[in-house]
Design a protein. Structure first.
Length: 166
């Protein structure tokens, strides 16, 4: 009986190896996750805590994408000055692509919060394949509120329910 189990297991593993990478879990793609940007057309001006809220949104986005198993964040810290020079990335005609490639990424993620008022904002999240230069995923939605909880919940919903498809 042991010989049969060992033989069957060996045959299964050989078939699994022969099937190639598509049969195995996909390796997370090295991804440049750029800081979440704010496009504020509310006329309210800069609010206290807004910079920290965008940093929280960026961390949340990166954690959610990595938890999906499809993406692995590359370190963009050494490129902070170059990244700052690309702002606003949502309106720079792809000026961030070279930075992402230089950081060793195969993909890039851009996220923009469009603040219409204290009550209403919209989030757009774009995923770009840097080899083909094609947008491969996109999610957007509105959310209510201008506090940490509203931002985190918006990103959690969009990433889990609209961006990452199982």
């Amino acid at each position: 009986m042991r010989a049969f189990v060992a033989l069957a297991l060996g045959a299964f593993l050989a078939a699994f190896e022969a099937a190639g990478p598509s049969a195995r879990a996909e390796t997370p793609r090295p991804t440049a996750i750029f800081p979440v940007e704010l496009w504020d057309t509310s006329g309210e001006g800069v609010k206290p805590g807004q910079k920290e809220r965008l940093e929280l949104a960026t961390r949340t986005l990166a954690q959610l994408l990595e938890a999906s198993g499809a993406y692995r964040s590359v370190d963009l810290t050494p490129f902070a000055a170059k990244i700052a020079a690309t702002e606003p990335r949502y309106n720079c005609n792809g000026c961030w692509r070279d930075i992402a490639k230089e950081a060793g990424a195969d993909a890039a993620v851009l996220a923009v919060v469009h603040k219409v008022s204290t009550l209403i904002s919209t989030v757009d999240i774009y995923v770009v394949d840097l080899k083909s230069d094609a947008y491969v995923a996109y999610a957007n939605g509105q959310f209510r509120g201008d506090d940490d909880r509203a931002y985190v919940r918006a990103f959690e919903f969009l990433v889990k329910e609209r961006l990452i498809r199982k």
